[in-house]
Design a protein around this ligand. Sequence first.
Ligand code: BTN
Length: 267
Amino acid sequence: MDAIRITHALRTVGLTLSAEFHEAVSSTSDRAREALQAGASEWLVVADSQTQGRGRLGRKWHDVPGAALLFSLALVPDLPRERWPLIGLAGGLSAVEAIQELTGIAARIKWPNDVVAPGPELRWVKVGGVLLEAYSEGAVLGMGVNVTAAPRLGEGTRGMPAGCLRDLGAPPPREVLLADILWRFLPRLGALREGRLAEVLEPVRRLDITQGQHVTLALGDGTVSGVVEGLDDSGALLLRTDAGLRSIRAGEVHLSPHLGTTEAGRS
Ligand code: BTN
């Protein structure tokens, strides 16, 4: 990938974003944050590899250099802070739809921000993830998708191995995937700004593999189990527990092992 290819791919879908490309960077999200601090309101940072890639819940995000789509978009959301998690959901949704469209892989969301796909032995594999970070100046949407290789030491969701698009279907050029994701994401951000939350929440509910499932959630202070009954207007997971309906804003969902299988072929 290089800056020319990225600009060309973005132009092909009608986007003219300010963007920078790095062969290697600590984290694209660090650079995007710096852009925010320097006063940018929309700034795209793309890299071939990261030395300090980070994921949700304080984890590291590993990449095989040149084999992953790694980018961060700095933005000023212009919507109430409690709704900012919806931006992360919109990012994951856009990645899932772009992967489906470009590869035919039956990708899905795993709430809140994992991009998963049916892998070998009818088990889900994690092919990508989204990290939304909030700052006083704005937000940084960071996304990583394993395109032609997955890091062997990569941290997939616990119990869910890391996978890559090449192992599951034909991988698109990374800049084409990037452009397709952003082409889907930016109008959704507009919809959120205008209060049309259903344009994000409804497709997420449809594509989220946790919906309707009996799950255990690892929270900071323990675990909670129940059946997922939907999402609220801030993107929190609605969990029916023995003690009633709980809304969970963050955490890691563990699907019961016997439900970790896929409905392969459904896209
Ligand atoms: C997760 O699954 O926990 C989220 C992973 C997000 C990784 C991406 S790669 C590009 C951007 N830069 C980072 O350091 N993290 C995000």
